[in-house]
Design a protein around this ligand. Sequence first.
Ligand SMILES: Cc1ncc(C[n+]2csc(CCOP(=O)(O)OP(=O)(O)O)c2C)c(N)n1
Ligand SMILES: [Mg+2]
Length: 307
Amino acid sequence: MSRPDNAAFYRRMLRIRRFEETVLDLFPRGLFYGTTHTYIGQEANAVGVLAWLREGDIVVSNHRCHGHFLAYGGSMRSLAAELMGRSTGVCGGRGGSQHIQWRDFYANGILGGTVPMAAGMASTEKLKEGDKMVFSFMGDGTLGEGVVYETLNIAALGAFPILFIVENNRYAQSTPTRLNLAGEIPDRFKAFGIPVESIDSTDVVEIHEAIEPMLKYVREKNGPAAFVVHTYRFAPHSKGDDSRDPEEIARYRTKDPLPIQAERLEEANQREIQESVEMEVADAFEQAESDPAAEPASLTSPLGKSQ
Ligand SMILES: Cc1ncc(C[n+]2csc(CCOP(=O)(O)OP(=O)(O)O)c2C)c(N)n1
Ligand SMILES: [Mg+2]
C-alpha cells in the first residue's frame, strides 16, 4: 500500500487544525451544545495512523474524536453541524462533540468504555473470518480504567484483530502522567503478551512508518498489537481549563506537527492547501449554522425518528 504524499499528509492535518481552532474561536458565541475537546497538537497521530485504513476497517475513538473522525474521511460540515445540534449533523445533531458514529467509525466519551466495545467488534470480525481490523484509540489517563485490562486479556486470549493506539499527551485532564501512571505504558501491553511499539514524535511520516510492523502483525491475524505515541496537546483539555506551565507548552509547540510537514512542501503548494482548507472550514461552519436544528422528537426517540 503506497503512503499518501507529503501534500496529502499536510492537508489532512491542516483540516483538523483549522477545524479545531475554529471550534475554540466560536465556542464563546454559544453555538455548540455540550463541551468539546480539541485535538490541536496531536494531528500527526490520527493522520499518520489512519492513512493505513482499508475499506471496512473499524475505528473506535474517544472524547477527543474530531481529529480521528476527519482523518477517517468524515465531513467537516456534518461534524460542525453535529456540534451545533443541527439535523444535518453526523448523528442528526443528537450526539454532539463526543458521540459520533458514521459508517465504521464510533466515538464515545466514557473513558475506557470504548475499549471493550472495540474488542467486541474485533471478536465479531474474527468470527466472520474476514480481513477487517479495528483501530482502538485511547489516552494515557484511560489506562487507569480497570476494564481496559480485562479487555487486553480477552483480546490476547482470543487473538482478536485489534490495534490499540495510546496517545500519551502526558496529561489526563489536569493530572500529569507521572502522578497517575506507575511503570511504563508498553509494559501494560507486554504483560498480556501483546506486542507493542512506541514512538516519541510529532512527525506524521515517522508515525506512519513506525506503526507499520504492529499493523502488519494484526493484519496477518496474529492477534492484537499496541502502538504508543508520546505526544502533546497544545490547547486546554476542554476549553478554558489549563493549569499547565506555559513554558512547557511553548517548548512542545516548537515540535508542532504542521510546520514539520509544511517544510517538505514548496511554499506555493503550502499556500494553495492553506487557501483551500480555509474555504472548506468557512463553508462548513457557515452552512452548519444555517442548517435546521435537530427535531425535538428525534431527541427522545432511540431511532431518531419522529413518533
Ligand atoms: C469514565 C470516565 N471518567 C471520567 C471522565 C471525564 N474525563 C473526560 S476526559 C478525561 C481525561 C482523559 O485523559 P486521557 O485518557 O489521557 O485523554 P486526553 O484527554 O488526555 O486525550 C476525564 C477524566 C469520563 N469522560 N469518563
Ligand atoms: Mg492524556
